[in-house]
Design a protein around this ligand. Structure first.
Ligand code: GLN
Length: 304
């Protein structure tokens, strides 16, 4: 299949669709991105790369990073994480407080903000140097030592992250945050500020399409069984209250971020990343979702 040609045909077909999305501006620093960027990168488990558009420009990966922190905790931390969070789709927005009160401070899953904040609490309590350790982990996954946090984005979110502070305080009141709140949130905001390109994202997610093994280094990150479970979590929880739509239309386990990125994997075959900054009302990339829907429909390369 000529995937590059397919990418360009789909991109052209989307030119006729009005981009109804809006760039995230609740984190002021994110509003500075040019909204018309568009990039795609696909890498296969046997090492073939296909790209299109702005696939080498780094952007703020935001909640996509929740997969990295979760995988780190799931693979390296001895204490059980499943006493601190569940594995159920939330069906609510990524920063919702409502359910958390009913669930007594136990987040529904690790990919909503509350769940990722608990993962940060676990990592803050158990790693020697959590910010450095997470960054090295991500660098190793994609084989690029220059990947880094953007301190301006982390700072911008810290200054305006009232809702995230509400989540962490509510969980602390239920005893589900063990460390100092400011240390946990500093880690969470830095995690979200990681900047990567589509190519780097696809490379770093490829182990989830390869039974938990990073193809370029041969390193086993997760067992096949835990890899299956991580993909199941992405499938059911990766797009918040739009997880059903993403499964229905695209049919791949994946994860989105409010920087406009989406990464998805087809186990045994490939990882794909798309970046288009305008978001739909659920906080997922408007064009990115349309692109992936068209891609899996034309190529039949979905899990369904
Ligand atoms: N840093 C963002 C927040 O906490 C991440 C949200 C997202 O990408 N969905 O609001």
């Amino acid at each position: 299949m000529d995937l590059k040609k397919i990418f360009s045909e789909i991109y052209d077909s989307l030119n006729d669709v009005e981009d109804a999305g809006k760039v995230a501006d609740y984190i002021p620093e994110l509003a500075n991105v040019s909204p018309d960027h568009f990039g795609v990168h696909l890498v296969t488990v046997d090492g073939q790369h296909y790209d299109f558009g702005d696939s080498d420009i780094r952007f703020s990966i935001q909640s996509i990073a929740k997969v990295f922190s979760f995988v780190m905790a799931y693979s390296q931390i001895k204490s059980t994480i499943w006493e601190r969070m569940d594995v159920e789709p939330a069906g609510t927005p990524f920063n919702s407080l409502v359910q958390l009160e009913y669930d007594k401070g136990i987040p529904r899953n690790p990919f909503i903000n509350a769940g990722a904040i608990v993962v940060c609490d676990i990592l803050a309590g158990e790693l020697a140097s959590p910010k450095d350790n997470i960054r090295s982990f991500v660098r190793d996954l994609c084989g690029n030592r220059t990947i880094d946090y953007n301190p301006l984005v982390a700072h911008s979110e810290k200054k305006t992250g009232f809702r995230n502070y509400a989540l962490v305080n509510l969980m602390k009141s239920f005893g589900n945050i063990h460390n100092d709140i400011d240390a946990v949130m500093d880690l969470y905001f830095h995690l979200c500020s990681l900047e990567m390109s589509c190519r780097e994202l696809s490379d770093s997610f490829l182990f989830l399409a390869n039974n938990g093994i990073v193809p370029y280094s041969g390193k086993q990150i997760l067992s096949p069984s835990r890899t299956k479970r991580t993909n199941a979590l992405m499938q059911t929880c990766g797009f918040y209250d739009e997880a059903g739509q993403f499964a229905f239309k695209v049919g791949l386990p994946g994860k989105s971020g409010v920087g406009g990125g989406i990464v998805a994997v087809l186990p045994g075959k490939y990882a794909i990343s798309v970046w288009s900054p305008r978001l739909n009302p659920k906080g997922n990339s408007f064009k990115g979702m349309l692109f992936l829907e068209e891609f899996t429909t034309r190529t039949h390369l979905s899990i369904f």
